[in-house]
Write a protein that binds this ligand. Structure first.
Ligand code: DQA
Length: 144
């Protein structure tokens, strides 16, 4: 069965209470449940993970080579800073979609810069929690 890694970066464990006017009121556990239901209806497996640590995220991306056909990555603030995550995605050669709850292009200038944008299939941003099932659909369309 096709398996996808859905990897969330720093501070996303605080969703629900973290700036809900920007990120919405849905918790990460609720987003995980949404993803599980959506994935099940499409006959795919998911591993849903969150880490506040850049190196741990690099390790999870490396480990994905063994078991995942695609990665959906909300790298949080590491999006805007991390050459290490960019290199990891490029190194493993697993199709990856960049995902953000908020529209990073409509916010502060520093959020417009994504180091990972150049090594991903594409970017989904601005749709809140609904972006997660959209990213699953986009990945499955790519893998088909
Ligand atoms: C985010 C956008 C980032 O700029 C921010 O640092 C986050 C969340 C989003 O999902 O909108 O932590 O990735």
């Amino acid at each position: 069965m096709t398996s996808l890694l859905i990897l969330n970066g720093p501070n996303l464990n605080l969703l629900g209470t973290r700036q809900p006017e920007i990120y919405g009121a849905t918790t990460l556990a609720e987003i995980e449940a949404l993803c599980r239901t959506h994935a099940k209806s499409h006959g795919v497996e998911i591993v849903f993970a969150q880490s506040n640590h850049e190196g741990e995220m690099v390790d999870l991306i490396h480990a994905a080579r063994e078991s995942h056909a695609g990665i959906i990555l909300n790298a949080g603030a590491y999006t805007h800073t991390s050459i290490a995550l960019m290199d990891a995605i490029q190194s493993v050669e697993i199709p990856t979609i960049e995902l953000h709850l908020s529209n990073i292009h409509a916010r502060e200038k520093f959020r417009k810069k994504s180091f990972i944008a150049k090594v991903v299939l594409g970017q989904i941003c601005g749709f809140g929690a609904a972006g997660y099932p959209l990213a699953i659909d986009a990945m499955l369309a790519h893998l088909r």
